[in-house]
Every structure is written in structure tokens, then in C-alpha cells.
Design a protein around this ligand. Structure first.
Ligand code: ADP
Ligand code: MG
Length: 355
């Protein structure tokens, strides 16, 4: 159990700042997902925390101890921090048991920590196998068991499921989450998969171009994204232009958009161009159109059984996609429907173009 604090971490490669002032706190015993697109600096961040990279500015503090800073650089082997990479972490010539026991003292082995770690990841009894006798998913489980075995201060997971297919990935991340919880481990899970971050982590740090742009619980990041970019990256977003009326006083204010009136709480003051966020599950579709609904035409229906993604063309020609829970039947292209927004949206001011 350990608490990690990152303060203003900068890491440059030549003139490129891969990390450009990262602030992040990971409370003890929790899992934080660092979510960001490819190339935003996620792996660099983990490598700095583990000590494989030196930082150019800032401070990395584990349990109150500075392990990296202007005058400190604790080498990786003395940080008790482990990284689980995307794949290929195992020694191919060692059995599962010896892989998991690699970093353990003889006393810990005798106390049965290897079997304990294998049970944590659901692989009790697999110790005598060789890595090549295991599936890709099982090999990643072994890699996680090996990382957990010495009870590190921190476990860093660098897109550890991304080489696996979707079904297996969901099962594995659930089991790895449970294993970390059962062992009260503190961890960072790096991913570019928003579904993975939302479903697995206690908190999410959204990263963009070397900076953490938002940090909070999965629900708060999803419901109150800091800007339109985060909204689009974390979940599906419908972004609509609107105008703030001068002198509006209502809260929530009701804005008119191509989807009809949208209630927005905490509208930025002043007047001018806004971007309004609505989530696809907030769009209600009625056929025949409900009174007062905006009239639209169905242009596509992606039927999934438990829900459907229905795309409609609005009167102004724009297309939006709604998520309809448990529809009775797919909606035929060309159907005239009504669309309305339920609940509240969010709005941001559109930045003035630079002069
Ligand atoms: P991510 O893991 O989010 O995909 P990385 O941390 O791997 O991103 O990379 C962040 C940025 O730093 C990228 O622009 C990448 O090209 C650059 N970078 C990473 N490692 C090096 C390196 N060893 N030398 C030069 N540039 C690097
Ligand atoms: Mg990476």
C-alpha cells in the first residue's frame, strides 16, 4: 500500500516534451487509469515513475519519499515499483512457478507466496506449465501474478490487455482488478480504451499531449468532462452549436439547438457561441413524432439487441446518433421520427479565433 504523487513532471526528448508538467495523485490501495490517445506520453510517464527514465523537472514522491526530483534519482531496482508491459513479459525458458517466483526471497517462496499470487489471478495449479503452453490471456495473468508476488509499492500496467480480443480483455481486466483489490495493491493502468478505463478504475486521469487535462472518478469525468475534447474521448458525444442569449439568468438555462431545447446547468456567463454536449443515451426518439419534438429522418440503425444506435438526419442536415435501450425492432431507414433531449447537457464557450 503506497501513495504516489507526481508534481510537475517534465520529460523531454530533444525539443519534444513527452511529459509537459504532469500532476497526479494516486491514493493508496486504489487503481488509477491514465487514459489518452497513442503518443500522448503514457508509457513515458510509467517509465519515469518506475525509474527507467530520468525526469527533467518536477518530483515523484512515493509514501512521502522523493524518488525522483531535481537532486534525486532512485534507481529502478530500489523503487519497489513494477511494470507489466503489453506482452512478452515472461521468461520463456522458466516455468510459470519460476517466473512468478523470480523476484521473491527464498523465505517468501517457502511461505507459499507463488501459489498465493497464482490464485489471485485465477491460475492455481498452473505452476508447472511453461509459458508457451499457456494462451495469451493466461500469459498476461502470469505477468500480473509475477508483478504482485513481491508486494510492490506500486504496480504499473502498460496497456496489458491490448493484444487480446475483446471478450477475453473484459474478463481479464475484471479479474486483474479483483486481484489488485484482494492484495490491496496500488496501481496505475495505462490505456487508450475509454471503456476499459471507465469500467476498471477508481479514478481516471485523462492525458493529452503530455498533460493531465482532467482527473476524477469515472462518473464525474463522463458526466462533467472538462472540455469538448475530453467529452469526445471519454464516451460518445453529440456536440451541437448554440448561442448564449445576452443577460440570461436561468439556471439551468434552456438553449435552442438542432436537437431542440437543451437545459444546461452552470452556463458560462456572457453571450456568444457555445458548444453543447449531449450524450447519445439522452436522445429520445419517438415514432410517430411526439408533439414538440424536432422532426428527423432515420438514416441508419445499428441494432445490438440490448440497445441500438440510431442515426437520424435533423432539419438542418446534420446527423446525430442516439442510443436506444432495448428497442423492440430495428428502425427502418427513411422513418419519420421525433427527437428530444432528456436531462441536462453541458456547454462550453467556443474559443474566439486568434487575431
Ligand atoms: P504513449 O505511450 O501514450 O503512446 P509514449 O510515452 O510512448 O506515448 O510517447 C510520447 C511521445 O514521446 C511520443 O511523441 C514519442 O514519439 C516520444 N518518445 C517516446 N520515447 C522516446 C524516445 N526514447 N526518444 C524519443 N522520443 C520518444
Ligand atoms: Mg505506450
Amino acid at each position: 500500500m503506497s501513495r504516489l504523487e507526481l508534481r510537475g513532471i517534465v520529460r523531454r526528448y530533444g525539443t519534444v516534451a513527452a511529459l509537459d508538467g504532469v500532476d497526479l495523485t494516486v491514493p493508496s490501495g486504489t487503481l488509477t487509469a491514465v487514459l489518452g490517445p497513442s503518443g500522448c506520453g503514457k508509457t513515458t510517464l510509467l517509465r519515469c515513475v518506475a525509474g527507467f527514465e530520468r525526469i527533467d523537472a518536477g518530483e515523484i514522491v512515493v509514501d512521502g519519499q522523493v524518488v525522483a526530483g531535481p537532486t534525486a534519482h532512485t534507481p529502478p531496482q530500489r523503487r519497489q515499483i513494477v511494470i507489466v508491459p503489453q506482452e512478452g513479459a515472461l521468461f520463456p525458458h522458466l516455468s510459470v512457478r519460476d517466473n512468478v517466483g523470480y523476484g521473491l526471497s527464498r523465505a517468501e517462496r517457502r511461505r507459499g507466496r507463488i501459489d498465493e499470487a497464482l490464485s489471485l489471478v485465477g491460475l492455481a495449479g498452473y505452476g508447472e506449465r511453461m509459458p508457451h503452453q499457456m494462451s495469451g490471456g493466461q500469459q498476461q495473468r502470469v505477468a500480473v501474478a509475477r508483478a504482485l508476488a513481491p508486494r510492490p509499492s506500486l504496480i504499473l500496467l502498460d496497456e496489458p490487455f491490448s493484444a487480446l480480443d475483446a471478450g477475453l480483455r473484459a474478463e481479464l481486466r475484471h479479474d486483474v482488478r479483483s486481484a489488485l483489490r484482494a492484495d490491496r495493491a496500488t496501481g496505475i493502468l495505462v490505456t487508450h480504451d475509454q471503456g476499459e478505463a471507465l469500467s476498471t478504475a477508481d479514478q481516471i486521469a485523462v492525458m493529452r499531449e503530455g498533460v493531465i487535462v482532467q482527473h476524477g472518478s469515472p462518473t464525474s469525468v463522463y458526466r462533467r468532462p472538462a472540455d469538448a475534447w475530453v467529452a469526445t474521448f471519454v464516451g460518445d458525444a453529440i456536440l451541437l452549436p448554440a448561442q448564449a442569449e445576452p443577460g440570461h439568468r436561468d439556471d439551468p438555462a434552456v438553449l435552442s439547438t438542432a436537437l431542440g431545447p437543451v437545459a444546461v446547468a452552470g452556463l458560462p456567463s456572457g453571450h456568444g457561441a457555445l458548444t453543447v454536449l449531449v450524450r447519445p443515451e439522452q436522445v429520445r426518439i419517438t415514432a410517430p413524432p411526439a408533439p414538440q419534438a424536432v422532426i428527423a429522418t432515420v438514416t441508419g440503425d445499428d441494432f445490438h439487441g440490448h440497445d441500438a444506435l440510431v442515426t437520424v438526419r435533423l432539419p438542418d442536415g446534420t446527423h446525430v446518433t442516439a442510443r436506444i435501450p432495448a428497442p423492440a425492432d430495428p428502425m427502418a431507414t427513411g422513418t419519420r421520427v421525433g427527437v428530444q433531449v432528456e436531462g441536462t447537457g453541458l456547454a462550453w464557450r467556443v474559443p474566439e479565433p486568434a487575431e
